[in-house]
Design a protein around this ligand. Structure first.
Ligand code: HSE
Length: 406
């Protein structure tokens, strides 16, 4: 029997404890031994819980108990999760987490500590919830040179965009609906401003390309500026709007990594990923494109991935697993101005079409333009050039929206 501790008894932590006991027979078979939760750490009291005898408030009890071999961190955020994770690893315990913020901000350091001590720091649930994606990238695809990762990485924003596209709801109404359904938090900033997707693309990029990508180096835009007018213009050109996290490895070894709303062709696989579902497309030079799809959030889908990591850690108590990358700085990030893309732009003003043509040259106008408004898609150009031309256009007209086209 291997004893573990669970830090944080919120949605994911309680799901982990439930799954461990509900599926104890299959877990024992797969781990080769039983797994028992000895402690649950939470600052709150749970007097009516069936597990009430397991609750502790002092992390030192877990840290100093040699019987605890694996610690599950489902607190979220960086404080106190960072301190507890580091202390658990330094005390010789493997750590499993669903905490994308912690991995995105401190992953290189924590992986380094685990590596030095021959322990495991595993975080499959941090990206895509229950979707197996980190293990396939770090194991099944390692024969490839990977050069692109692109994904719908946030369920809340994908739900909001789906309701705008299919239900004709405004952004504000779709957000309220997502909150009523419990998808979006009362403070939805991390989702709608793109920070959650940013943390996830940082983890995917680090794993795919071997270097830590810090969130502060990643140009990030959320979906608060996406309007129903943009949705309709996209529709008129057979496209939908999706919030994408993208990481691209260039021939010079540097990376483009960014998050933002994109226009996506309806016929492509990512366009058909709806509601709260997530999908991640990875491109390798041997496999071509492969897509991972499923529920990117939720109590039990996420617990499924966390408990699988626990089983893996229990099976490899004396062996390091494959999740690995090195620390790196801003020098690995390529100047965003060099990224080459087509871009969708919506603008309004007098003689807007001729202003567009004089700033951009040849473009593809889309939709039924109002008298003073138009939308268009540029040629494939470096973003620095697009930005210069947009500045020129904005001297004559109001530029309302601007999004990359995938
Ligand atoms: N808020 C996140 C989402 C939860 O909506 O995808 C999973 O990370």
């Amino acid at each position: 029997m291997v004893k573990i501790a669970v830090l944080g008894y919120g949605i994911v932590g309680s799901g982990v404890v439930d799954v461990i006991y509900k599926n104890s027979s299959v877990i024992t078979n797969n781990a080769g031994c039983g797994i028992d939760v000895k402690y649950i750490l939470d600052i709150r009291d749970f007097p009516d819980s069936a597990f009430k005898d397991k609750f502790v408030k002092d992390f030192g009890i877990i840290e100093n108990d040699p019987e605890i071999k694996v610690v599950v961190e489902t607190i979220g955020g960086t404080n106190p999760a960072y301190d507890f994770t580091k202390r658990a690893l330094l005390a010789g315990k493997s750590v499993i987490t669903s905490n994308k913020e912690l991995v995105a901000c401190h992953g290189a350091e924590l992986i380094g500590i685990a590596r030095e001590r021959n322990l495991n720091y595993l975080f499959e649930a941090s990206v895509g919830g229950g979707i197996p994606v980190l293990r396939p990238i770090s194991q099944c695809l390692v024969a490839n040179e990977l050069d692109r990762v692109c994904g719908i990485l946030n369920g809340t924003t994908n739900y909001i965009l789906t309701r705008m596209i299919e239900g004709g709801l405004s952004f504000e109404k779709a957000l309220c609906e997502a909150q009523e359904k419990g998808y979006a938090e009362r403070n939805p900033e991390a989702d709608i401003e793109g920070h959650d997707a940013c943390r996830k693309i940082c983890i995917l990029a680090a794993l795919a390309f071997g270097k830590h990508v810090y969130p502060e180096y990643v140009e990030t835009e959320g979906i608060t500026g996406v309007s129903l007018e943009d949705v309709r213009y996209a529709e008129s050109d057979n496209k939908v709007i999706k919030l994408l996290g993208r990481a691209i490895r260039l021939d010079n070894g540097k990376l483009h990594v960014f998050v933002g709303p994109h226009l996506v062709e309806k016929e492509t696989p990512l366009a058909s990923v709806k509601d709260v579902f997530n999908a991640i497309v990875v491109h390798g030079n041997a496999i071509g494109e492969v897509m991972f799809y499923g529920r990117g959030a939720g109590k039990y889908p996420t617990a499924s991935a966390v408990v699988a990591d626990v089983i893996d850690a229990v099976k490899h108590l004396d062996a390091r697993k494959y999740l690995n990358w090195e620390d790196a700085g801003r020098e690995i990030i390529e100047d965003n101005g060099r990224f080459v893309s087509r871009v969708y732009i919506r603008a309004e003003g007098e003689s807007v079409r001729s202003a567009v043509t004089s700033a951009f040259g040849e473009v593809k106008f889309i939709g039924e333009a109002g008298k003073n408004e138009c939308a268009f898609i540029t040629r494939c150009l470096p973003m620095s050039e697009i930005n210069e031309k947009t500045k020129l256009l904005s001297e004559k007209c109001r530029v309302i929206s601007k999004m990359k086209v995938l």
